[in-house]
Design a protein around this ligand. Structure first.
Ligand code: HEM
Length: 330
């Protein structure tokens, strides 16, 4: 009897010990990513990346927005595995797909990676550099910070057609946007939260010419675009203008804040894909809730959804490789 009691209490003790050990273990998601993956392997990794971003943005603060966008464009094509950085001799790489032609800041990634290779050669992947850079760029734009999960490895494939077919278009409606996000494991909340990335940066005239001049082929404008705003945009974008840049969040396009949601709620979102957020109950109610900074959960939500986006199709463990240079496979 006493022996049985001892076996039971030993078993209970073991259970408690296992529970305690698992509660203190650093959080790791199912795919093997974790915050602080480089803490032992390359303790200065995150600092080195941050310095590269801050140095670059000191000279050119407008780089923050394209650096954030770059991570989104990497993750939506083949997952967050650095394929957006690869270059092929025949130019049939993701970089040369139309939506990626306006990406900028690749040299910042190269600089960060070169500094990392000096500090700890062959350790930090280019895909993790992209994830860290996106966070550091948002912080530098006065936005929120979040713990970036790392431990990704780099892919070896890039394909122009995959970028064409996997990146959402500014002409997409809500059904199409929801479907495309769902295909990447992201829900409606992630869609509306991550669209808030449009609180910084620029778009270009040709992407809204139809909204301003010929929405249904009858010389009309988009009824979902505020008429006053449409008139102001027509002054900036003549029908054949292919080059003029437009602030997506006029007046605060260099500051990461919740004003994007205010604009969208006033039917002043720049793209059809921004306006579309008012066409589903769930995304609309989020837009309306966030439009005032008071009580807004946007900053917290953005970090959560960025972490979720950063898990799309990652390569971990023995998969892929850690590239020596981000523009080419080893
Ligand atoms: C929901 C689907 C989305 C669509 C259809 C979309 C589309 C676009 C387009 C067309 C541009 C303008 C490109 C140009 O004319 O140069 C743009 C810019 C931008 N996008 Fe998105 N986007 C989406 C989601 C996102 C997400 C999820 C993020 C990041 C979390 C993001 C971040 C940005 C940023 C920061 C810019 C400004 C880039 C710059 O200033 O160079 N976008 N987006």
């Amino acid at each position: 009897m006493t022996a049985l009691k001892m076996t039971i209490s030993g078993f209970v003790f073991l259970q408690i010990l296992l529970f305690l050990l698992s509660s203190f273990a650093p959080p790791t998601n199912a795919q093997g990513l974790k915050v602080g993956f480089y803490d032992k392997k390359c303790p200065k990794a995150e600092l080195i990346v941050k310095k590269s971003v801050l140095d670059a943005m000191k000279n050119d603060p407008t780089l923050g927005a394209p650096l954030l966008r770059m991570f989104f464009h990497d993750c939506f094509v083949r997952g967050c595995e650095g394929s957006v950085l690869l270059e092929l001799k025949n130019k049939k790489d993701e970089k040369n797909a139309i939506p990626n032609l306006s990406l900028r800041g690749f040299e910042i990634i190269d600089n960060a990676k070169a500094a990392l290779e000096k500090e700890c050669p062959g350790v930090v992947s280019c895909s993790d550099v992209l994830a860290l850079v996106a966070r550091d760029a948002v912080v530098a734009l006065n936005g929120p910070s979040w713990g970036v999960e790392t431990g990704r490895r780099d892919g070896r494939v890039t394909n122009i057609n995959e970028a064409r077919s996997n990146l959402p278009s500014p002409f997409d409606n809500i059904t199409s946007l929801v479907t495309q996000f769902k295909a990447k494991g992201l829900d409606k909340k992630d869609l509306v939260v991550l669209s808030g990335g449009h609180t910084v940066g620029n778009g270009h005239c040709p992407l809204i010419t139809n909204r301003l001049y010929n929405f249904t082929g009858k010389g009309d404008s988009d009824p979902n675009l505020d008429t006053e705003y449409a008139a102001a945009l027509r002054k900036k974008c003549k029908p054949t203008d292919t080059t003029t840049a437009l602030e997506m969040d006029p007046g605060s396009f260099k500051t990461f804040d919740e004003s994007y949601f205010k604009l969208v709620s006033q039917r002043r979102g720049l793209f059809q894909s921004d306006a579309a957020l008012l066409d589903s109950q769930e995304t609309k109610s989020y837009v309306l809730k966030q439009k005032n900074s008071y009580g807004s959960s946007f900053f917290k939500d953005f970090g959560v959804s960025m972490v979720k986006m950063g898990r799309i199709g990652v390569l971990t463990g023995q998969l892929g490789e850690v590239r020596k240079k981000c523009r080419m496979v080893n």
